[in-house]
Design a protein around this ligand. Structure first.
Ligand SMILES: Cc1cc2nc3c(=O)[nH]c(=O)nc-3n(C[C@H](O)[C@H](O)[C@H](O)COP(=O)(O)OP(=O)(O)OC[C@H]3O[C@@H](n4cnc5c(N)ncnc54)[C@H](O)[C@@H]3O)c2cc1C
Length: 310
């Protein structure tokens, strides 16, 4: 028989974990279902400096602390990929690759996945020189030159991390400036082994079994420039991952549409964090969404349980 929870949370990133924290503190039963990494995107961040009250913490330590806190409060966890959600008579049926669960409410906290650059060879050489995670793969290129493609906070954080052990980090951006926090841009220009080049468009990835090099075209001069490296990191932003829920909730460009109470178009289903249609995607906004949603979920569950017993 399916296990029934007050709430099922899809995704164990900062928003999903914070929702579990609040629900458990209100005595609600919940399970957090995660398909990849507990902690979500932040687990691979080398240095987090914008959590109020915490000067600096690694993403991994932050995620582990949060996980321990919620485990101690008695939340259930499942390393499972949620494949479908349907609603029958006020109850949600959540199917994963292993199990089927029932719940009075669901919180979508599916975050974002990395954006691909869509140049031939990218897919074939991912894990063979092309990477999306400097924290995970950077150490493979100690004392070597690497290329990093991207112009926003994540790319700059990765460049700074790689500069600690790579000989040179070639930080190439498509446009003529960075779209990142001033403090990070200043650090980049103060780091002698980070070499910044703007207006470079990746046109070719070289290599068969392993990455051998990258060819860029200067969008202003049309000249080509080749970087002979074994390692290249792509950090060009994120995309939502909500396609499988499009029949149950309204999406806008793939992001889940909610109101300010984090309610989606489906009563009893909420969305929080980076998966939500909103402008600012950060830890503090993820925490805030989660607090708002869990407050409202709490009352929703009590109402629906009350109505079922009338
Ligand atoms: C390298 C890096 C550095 C960053 N640094 C900072 C920083 O310093 N400060 C800051 O404020 N923000 C930072 N961010 C952004 C921050 O990490 C995100 O805003 C935050 O993680 C969003 O949390 P979330 O829970 O909404 O989503 P996510 O962290 O994306 O977590 C969503 C989780 O849901 C899971 N999931 C998705 N679909 C399913 C499914 N169908 N079934 C089961 N599980 C599923 C995913 O695997 C993922 O683990 C950084 C991001 C990156 C990538």
């Amino acid at each position: 028989m399916e296990k029934t929870y007050d709430c099922i949370i899809v995704g164990a990133g900062p928003s999903g974990l914070t929702a579990a924290l609040n629900l458990r503190r209100n005595g609600k039963t919940c399970i957090v279902l995660e398909k990849e990494t507990i902690g979500g995107q932040i687990a691979v961040s080398p240095r987090v400096e914008n959590i109020p009250g915490t000067k600096e913490i690694s993403g991994e330590t932050f995620a582990n602390n949060l996980f321990d806190q919620i485990s101690d409060l008695g939340a259930d966890f499942g390393l499972e990929n949620v494949e479908s959600i349907t609603k029958e008579n006020d109850m949600f049926i959540v199917k994963t690759d292993y199990e089927t669960y029932k719940a009075y409410s669901v919180i979508l906290a599916t975050g974002c996945k990395h954006r691909e650059i869509n140049v031939k060879g990218e897919k074939e050489l991912t894990g063979k020189g092309i990477s999306y995670c400097a924290v995970c793969d950077g150490a493979f290129y100690k004392n070597e030159d690497v290329v990093l493609i991207g112009d926003a906070n994540t790319a700059l954080q990765y460049a700074l991390l790689l500069s600690n052990y790579c000989t040179h980090v070639y930080l190439n951006t498509l446009f003529d400036k960075f779209f990142a926090d001033k403090i990070l841009i200043e650090r980049i220009f103060k780091t002698p082994n980070i070499i910044v080049a703007h207006n470079l468009n990746l046109i070719e990835i070289k290599g068969q079994e392993k990455l051998e090099g990258l060819v860029f075209e200067d969008t202003k001069t049309k000249e080509t420039k080749e970087f002979k490296v074994r390692g290249a990191f792509v950090a060009i932003g994120q995309l939502p991952d909500n396609d499988k829920f499009k029949d149950i909730v309204k999406l806008n460009k793939g992001y889940v549409v909610t109101n300010e109470n984090m309610e989606t178009s489906c009563p009893g289903m909420y969305a929080i964090g980076d998966c939500r249609d909103k402008k600012v995607r950060q830890l503090t906004t993820a925490f805030s969404d989660a607090s708002i949603a869990s407050f409202n979920v709490n009352f929703y569950i009590e109402d629906i349980k009350g109505a079922q017993h009338e």
